[in-house]
Design a protein around this ligand. Structure first.
Ligand SMILES: *Cc1c(COP(=O)(O)O)cnc(C)c1O
Length: 383
């Protein structure tokens, strides 16, 4: 079945008890047993819950995965994955990972004796093998990266990693499985913040990991119940509901982002537009090969930090807020907001960088909003 059909039906038979078309929110912590140890497949809701099961089946299918494991947040998924490795092991990560992942790796796991090396995207694309040694257990990738939208050749890096016996994890939050399926490109594990495009309505926090490797899957399910970063049934239900419209939403996000990037790229007050859909973007050819379309995120570099900050406060439709991937357009200043925790990192977000999460409103309205905001911010910043 096609993606759109699986997004609506996979793992979601009408409720056996009542015929309810929509998977119910099983808001319960425990399940009655007929006799000691005799259950209907569920015993305690940290271990499993039918609403969560439906989500795991559906989203795994969308990633082309045999196994899916849901978490309470994207970072809940990441910290659980870190329990696949041990102190002394090395993780090689693309340098510009999500700020919260950088904070976790550098301030939680590094002090415990885990070893990290940070490699820029273009260097990974050119020479991945040179950065992987015998202690390297995980290659941690994001593509497109957050917030500068670098593109990694997932297939090429996965080949280099596997040749050295390392496992490849891809954070697919920015693309969503509609645009990119890392497991098909050779990744071993795909991880998500479902908070973003998968939920799609800025109304929940959630995470997910999927894999085709039965040994990894078994361990992740064990870690899910043992570490306990599990999502509640209502949050699972919200993600399930979001998945039903993922394909149509992503098509509109991409269409609007193309319009916004094209407009900004011609604007004299915008020195640089970072969008993999632009033919001038260094990752354009790789993105065109491994993604269905180029996504809904657009970043721009303005003349100065002052102008960037003024611009963020000048839009009316684009709301000034962290996060991304919802139906509504958002704008933010990574250096002071989402990526403040990378300020000390060698790849700290540029002070003049602005990140746009382009929503699914009217493209004309969005372009007009940016147009007036550029006029207002130029005035505020005294340009
Ligand atoms: C938001 C985000 C995360 C963290 O997810 P939470 O749901 O906020 O815990 C991880 N990776 C990327 C790329 C993100 O955008």
């Amino acid at each position: 079945m096609d993606f759109e059909t699986r997004a609506i039906h996979e793992g979601q038979q009408p409720d056996p008890a009542t015929g309810a078309i929509t998977v119910p929110i099983y808001q319960t912590s425990t399940f009655a047993q007929e006799a000691v140890g005799e259950t209907k497949g569920y015993d305690y809701a940290r271990v499993s819950n039918p609403t969560r099961t439906a989500l795991q089946l559906c989203l795994a299918s969308l990633e082309g995965a045999e196994h899916g494991v849901a978490f309470s947040s994207g970072l809940g998924a990441v910290t659980t994955l870190m329990h696949l490795v041990n102190p002394g092991d090395r993780v090689v990560a693309v340098a510009d990972v999500y700020g919260g992942v950088y904070r976790m790796f550098s301030q939680v796991y590094e002090p415990k004796g885990y070893d990290f090396s940070w490699v820029p995207a273009e260097e990974l694309n050119a020479n991945a093998a040179e950065h992987i040694d015998e202690r390297t257990r995980i290659l941690w990738l994001e593509s497109p990266t957050n917030p500068v939208l670098n593109i990694i050749d997932i297939r090429a890096v996965a080949e280099a990693a596997h040749a050295a016996g390392a496992m490849v994890v891809v954070d697919n939050t920015f693309a969503s499985p509609y645009l990119q399926q890392p497991l098909q490109l050779g990744a071993d594990v795909v991880v998500h913040s479902t908070t973003k495009y998968l939920g799609g309505h800025s109304d929940l926090i959630g995470g997910f990991a999927a894999t085709n490797d039965p040994t990894i899957a078994e361990r992740l399910l064990f870690l899910q119940k043992s570490l306990g970063a599990v999502p509640g049934p209502f949050d699972c239900w919200l993600v399930l509901r979001g998945l039903k419209t993922l394909a149509v939403r992503m098509r509109k996000h991409c269409e609007n982002a193309h319009a916004v990037a094209g407009y900004l790229n011609e604007h004299p007050r915008v020195p640089q537009v970072l969008y993999p859909g632009l033919p001038t973007h260094p990752g354009h050819a790789i993105a065109a090969r491994q993604m269905r379309d180029f996504g809904g995120m657009v970043s721009i570099l303005l003349e100065s930090e002052e102008e960037a900050v003024a611009f963020c406060a000048s839009t009316k439709i684009f709301q000034l807020a962290e996060s991304l991937g919802g139906v509504e357009s958002l704008i933010e200043h990574p250096a002071r907001m989402t990526h403040a925790s990378t300020a000390e990192a060698p790849f700290a977000a540029a002070r003049e960088l602005v990140r746009l999460s382009v929503g699914i409103e009217s493209a004309e309205d969005l372009v007009e909003d940016l147009e007036s905001a550029l006029v207002r911010s130029a005035a505020t910043a005294g340009a």
